[in-house]
Design a binder for this molecule. Structure first.
Ligand code: NI
Length: 169
């Protein structure tokens, strides 16, 4: 296993639309293992392949307190969502230090392959539902700050670019 380097907003590669995974094979199993290691190391609750510059439909999530309930979603499709939404405070490993409110469905049902290539249906609510929607946006090339006002987004962009310049020194 290996830690994978993350892309940071506003890196244009984060806008790439991911392609479906063609087949579960050793390459995808390794990608999933590396993404899980990277997510746990960064203390994140979710990670999309897009964020490690792999543009295929793979997501890993763990919203448990004990960090022992990994959810792997390959080629996820939303098959149902609730009619109700709520505003949730979100952050993202690709936008470190920034948290803001995003409107999300209260509940979603997703069909996907799991980490072993088995078909499964996940009925999610609460934090897991929010996280699934956030990560599925990444696969469409969308970072959560794009839901914020242009003014806020530009302020975040400037802040991130400044931090990246300082890190590069
Ligand atoms: Ni994110």
């Amino acid at each position: 296993m290996a830690l994978l380097p993350l892309l940071f907003f506003p890196d244009p590669r984060l806008q790439t639309v991911a392609k479906p995974v063609p087949a579960m094979d050793e390459r995808i199993r390794r990608l999933v293992a590396d993404m899980l290691e990277t997510m746990y190391e960064a203390k994140g609750i979710g990670l999309a392949a897009t964020q490690v510059d792999v543009h295929e439909r793979v997501i890993v999530i763990d919203v448990s307190e004990q960090r022992d309930q990994a959810v792997v979603l390959i080629n996820p499709q939303v098959v149902w969502n609730s009619s109700t939404t709520h505003l949730n405070e979100e952050g993202c490993l690709s936008v470190p230090g920034i948290y803001d409110g995003v409107e999300r469905f209260d509940a979603v049902t997703v069909s996907a392959l799991d980490g072993t290539g088995q078909s499964r249906v996940v009925q999610a609510e609460g934090l897991l539902a929010v996280c699934i929607q956030h990560e599925m946006d990444h696969l469409l090339g969308k970072v959560f700050v794009e839901y914020l006002s242009p003014l806020k987004r530009n302020r975040i962009k400037k802040k991130m670019l400044k931090a990246q310049r300082e890190d590069a020194r």
